[in-house]
Write a protein that binds this ligand. Structure first.
Ligand SMILES: [Zn+2]
Length: 224
C-alpha cells in the first residue's frame, strides 16, 4: 500500500506529517529535504498513518446522512442538484437538471443513487482515460470504477488503473486531473518534478483541480 501525500517546504527545522480533515497527508519539511528522506519518514510511520487515515469516528461529522426527501441537494459533476420525490413511477433515478425518484423507491434511494453514480462514472470516466492514455502515449491493462476507500484513483504495479466512483461528484476538470495523475504514474511512479511536468503538459491549470480537491475532498468521501 502506498500513501499519497503532498509536500510543503518551508524554513522549518524538522519534518512533520499532518493528516488534514479531508484525510490528505501533508508533509511539512525544511527546504532542501530530499524526496528520499521524506519517503523514508513516511514509510517509518506508514502503519500509524494508515490507521489514522482510516479512522472511522474522527471524521464522522463530515458525513451528513441523506434522507432523500424533496429539496435535498445531490452533488454531480461539481454541482448541487435538487432532489424531487414524485408520486408517479420512475425506474430508478431520473436526472434532468434535477434528480427525480418515485415515492415508492424512497426507501432504497441510496442504493439506486449509488448505482446511478457508478453508471455515470463508467460512461464518463472510461472514455476520458482512453483519450488521455493516447495523448500521453501510455499503455494500461484494465480500467475499473471501484468502491475505493479514501482514494480517488490508484495505479497498480500491473498497470491496472482504478477510479473511485465518487469521483463523478467532482467537476470535469477535477476528474481530468485525477485521470491524468494516475496515467502519469505509468511513466513516472514518484511525485517528482518530472511527474508534475507530465501532468502540466496535459493540464496546464491542474493546480485548480488540486485546490478544488483540497477544499472539497471530504465531500467525495461521504457515501452520498
Ligand atoms: Zn500520485
Amino acid at each position: 500500500m502506498q500513501i499519497e501525500y503532498t509536500i510543503q517546504y518551508s524554513n522549518r527545522k524538522t519534518i512533520s506529517i499532518i493528516i488534514e480533515r479531508d484525510r490528505r497527508v501533508v508533509v511539512r519539511a525544511p527546504l532542501n529535504t530530499s524526496e528520499e528522506m521524506i519517503e523514508k519518514e513516511i514509510n517509518k510511520r506508514k502503519f500509524l498513518l494508515f490507521q489514522k487515515i482510516n479512522h472511522p469516528q474522527k471524521y464522522e461529522n463530515l458525513k451528513p446522512r441523506k434522507e432523500f426527501v424533496s429539496g435535498e441537494s445531490i452533488l454531480y459533476l461539481g454541482k448541487h442538484f435538487k432532489l424531487e420525490v414524485v408520486p408517479y413511477e420512475i425506474e430508478g433515478i431520473h436526472f434532468d437538471n434535477k434528480f427525480y425518484i418515485s415515492k415508492k423507491n424512497q426507501v432504497k434511494a441510496s442504493q439506486l443513487l449509488k448505482k446511478w453514480y457508478i453508471k455515470q462514472a463508467e460512461e464518463k470516466i472510461i472514455p476520458k482515460v482512453k483519450t488521455y492514455a493516447k495523448n500521453l502515449g501510455v499503455k494500461y491493462n484494465t480500467i475499473k470504477i471501484l468502491n475505493l476507500k479514501y482514494r480517488w484513483g490508484s495505479c497498480t504495479p500491473k498497470d491496472n488503473i482504478n477510479f473511485n466512483w465518487r469521483l463523478i461528484k467532482a467537476p470535469i476538470y477535477v476528474i481530468d486531473y485525477i485521470i491524468v495523475h494516475e496515467l502519469a504514474h505509468l511513466i513516472e511512479p514518484n511525485h517528482n518534478p518530472e511527474f508534475w511536468n507530465i501532468v502540466s503538459i496535459q493540464l496546464p491549470h491542474y493546480y485548480r483541480a488540486k485546490e478544488w480537491l483540497k477544499e472539497n475532498g471530504h465531500l467525495l468521501e461521504t457515501e452520498f
